[in-house]
Design a protein. Structure first.
Length: 78
């Protein structure tokens, strides 16, 4: 089998199949790399969000402790 274009031979059938498979594999590899990069980006964003949430929780706890200490001072407690 010969694949023709404009009347002339281009590639024998087996070579054409190999080329199609090679291109498909390259596209699949490219897609896999893009997905891996996107996944890494999401993991980094999640880690940053978790760190920000922990920081926010710590700040909230510190503020609550300061408010409690000020309330004790206002009531005249040691």
């Amino acid at each position: 089998v010969v694949i023709t274009q404009s009347g002339g031979p281009v590639l024998p059938g087996a070579a054409w199949c190999c080329l199609v498979v090679k291109v498909a594999l390259e596209q699949q590899q490219s897609t896999a790399l893009a997905l891996a990069a996107a996944n890494h980006s999401l993991e980094v964003r999640l880690q940053r969000q978790e760190a920000a949430q922990r920081d926010s929780q710590l700040l909230s706890e510190r503020l609550e402790a300061k408010v409690a200490a000020l309330e004790q001072q206002l009531r005249g407690e040691p």
